[in-house]
Ligand binder design. Sequence first.
Ligand code: PLP
Length: 269
Amino acid sequence: VLLMPSKRHIPVVLSIAGSDNSGGAGIQADLKTFTTLGVYGTTAVTCVVAEHPGRVKSITPIPAKAVREQIDLVFEAFPVAAVKTGMLYSAEIIEAVAASLKARKKERPFALVIDPVMVATSGAMLLKADALEALQKKLLPLADLVTPNLDETGVLLGHRLETLAEAQEAAVFAQQIWRVPFLVKGGHLQLSQATDFLFDGKTMHSYQVATVRNVKTHGNGCTYSAAICAGLAQGKTLHASVSAAKRFVTRAIRQHFRIGAYQPLNQLP
Ligand code: PLP
């Protein structure tokens, strides 16, 4: 069913990300989040990943030209209010995405959330090593928000980060380098509270919830950044969007369901 955004007056968003056939992360997580939060989701697929939560079997990148055409065709037909990027994988894809979004931003404004996806929980590399520079130089400066976890922040800044205090400092440091707001997420520290820091160049906000224990999750970061993107498309401020998205993703983790064959991980084929 094609919901016509102009008739329904619901905001249109675009996810530029990888396909996770197991449905918990990537494009699939983004679309489910968009629908749940009442925005109309469109997509540009960057890679087809054959995976499940415990294992990535193969990554097939989509040619950069086809990625760009997907983005351009969405903008041709829809009044896109907000965009998020997830897994971009290669320098060629990043450069195509950056060139397309830069040109579109000159035509009319939209919010851009960049989730700098690098490594899956299962250990698979979702960003090639030689693509980091393109991400840093071409894409990050275009963002209205960048949402790295602590490890990704460390890779972007070139040094390891290990404490919450370092996460907070890093949000300021990264904002000063790229001149765009950074949300540094501290959930991977597995402290009693999962704390994230947003620095927009003026104000430091922090977001804290009790850590949900004993759950194997998949696609948390995708869901979080998609929910922020939805909030921005609905006209919420950055702070309100992050705050609502943090509550949304926490509720999603608390209300998780277990996949039968996913337990235990090491017995999967
Ligand atoms: N697969 C795709 C296509 C993704 O974009 C991501 C994360 O962004 C993942 C897998 C990783 O998910 P997780 O690390 O939560 O298992």
